[in-house]
Design a protein around this ligand. Structure first.
Ligand SMILES: Nc1ncnc2c1ncn2[C@@H]1O[C@H](COP(=O)(O)OP(=O)(O)OP(=O)(O)O)[C@@H](O)[C@H]1O
Ligand SMILES: [Mg+2]
Length: 374
């Protein structure tokens, strides 16, 4: 194995690791259109940071600024402590590995030559060995002699990934590097890429619009909306401590209810939920993840009002239940519950429902959510 440039390569990411990328107060506009504004972000050695967000929120723009493909308009960018803005340092002098959505391979070079291209500093034999190692890792060793135009989009993407990883740069910039791969292959290449990144101990900034991919890959996620970072933190922080409804809905479709705060709590058809951050009498928006609903089939209907199953569907690893929930005070709601494994009760099955409060989130009604809806 080629000697990794960082001595702590096998160490897990540590928060005191040196900062490889620092971005401060980045603004960027295309003509009069502001693409990103007020972005602050760091990536440490050995850390994978994901830029996550809907199409058009500015992810690629940020990556292009770091890569030097866009000229910095405002703010400050440093890689390994070196300022790269004024004067503009071109991409090839930034010691970054790039694997972009539309990564073009050199058409006149074979797959092997494409991957060895960035390894000029090594002796020829090591160059070849290193390239073959990465091609093998990405399942492309049989194509070493092929030319790019004879490869599928997904195969080209894998070669581009191998080419970017081969020089073991201190910072990897990856823009949707798995988007052209089918689901099964994507899972494998993602896994391999994660292990390669961790082994190299490089810092990585990875763009994706897929929350599961971000959670799989990232030590930290920066969730973006309309050119701003909405929340930055570990996957657990974003999933379990979302700062606003947009963050909740970005990860999952949720059950939404509204109610009024009474005594610090909001009544719902599935029980009361605490609303500590809201004022007495304030309208509340209650967001309940499907997995927050614990559903228990009842042998016979209780004498009081009860909830029942409308429909049950097997999703594979989990079952999705459509439930008509009845609260004690006559409130009613159609809710979705996701239950692990195969659990397919009949239509009309009476059920008791309890809540896992850790997957229920309460915000003031009218808090802005995904796609700008009120
Ligand atoms: N070269 C350009 N000229 C003009 N506008 C641009 C240019 N590149 C991007 N934009 C605009 O800037 C905004 C951010 O674009 P960007 O490509 O960074 O989004 P993104 O988050 O990467 O989206 P996607 O997930 O679709 O790739 C969008 O509104 C886009 O239309
Ligand atoms: Mg993009």
């Amino acid at each position: 194995m080629h000697q990794a440039p960082f001595q702590n390569a096998a160490e897990p990411f540590a928060s005191e690791a040196p900062i490889v990328l620092s971005m401060q107060d980045i603004h960027h506009a295309y003509g009069r259109h502001t693409a990103v504004a007020g972005i602050n972000l760091t990536v440490r050695q050995g850390e994978v940071v994901c830029l996550l967000g809907p199409s058009g929120c500015g992810k690629t723009t940020l990556l292009r600024i770091v890569a030097g493909l866009e000229v910095l308009q405002r703010g400050h960018v440093e890689i390994n402590g070196r300022p790269l803005g004024q004067p503009h340092v071109p991409p090839e002098h930034r010691n970054v590995g790039l694997a972009f959505q539309e990564s073009a391979l050199f058409p006149h070079l074979s797959v092997l030559e494409n991957v060895t291209f960035g390894l000029a500093s090594l002796p020829a034999r090591q160059r070849r060995a290193r390239a073959m190692e990465l091609l093998a890792l990405l399942g492309m060793e049989d194509y070493a002699g092929s030319y790019p135009h004879t490869l599928s989009g997904g195969q080209q993407q894998r070669v581009a990934l191998a080419r970017a990883l081969a020089p073991e740069p201190g910072l990897m910039l990856l823009d949707e590097p798995f988007s052209s791969l089918d689901a099964r292959l994507r899972d494998r290449i993602r896994d391999d890429t994660l292990h390669v990144l961790k082994k190299l101990g490089a810092g990585a900034l990875l763009v994706t619009h897929d929350p599961e991919e971000a959670m799989f890959m990232a030590d930290r996620i920066a969730l973006m909306r309309e050119g701003h970072v909405v929340q930055m933190g570990t996957p657990r922080e974003l999933y379990c401590e979302p700062v606003d409804p947009f963050v909740v809905t970005f990860f999952d479709t949720v059950n939404e209810l509204t109610g009024e705060v009474r005594g610090g709590r909001v009544a719902t058809p599935v029980g009361e939920v605490a609303a500590p951050a809201l004022a007495e009498g304030e309208r509340a928006r209650v967001m309940i993840r499907p997995e927050a609903l614990r559903v228990e089939a009842l042998a016979k209907p209780p004498t009081t009002t009860h909830s029942h199953v409308i429909m049950a569907k097997l999703l594979g690893r989990a079952s999705l239940l459509h439930i008509c929930a009845h609260g004690a005070d006559g409130q009613e709601a159609h809710l979705h519950a996701r239950v692990p494994g195969v659990f397919l009760p009949e239509e009309g099955q009476p059920v008791a429902i309890s809540l896992d409060a850790s997957q229920v989130f309460v915000f003031p009604a009218g808090t802005r959510a995904a796609h700008g809806e009120a």
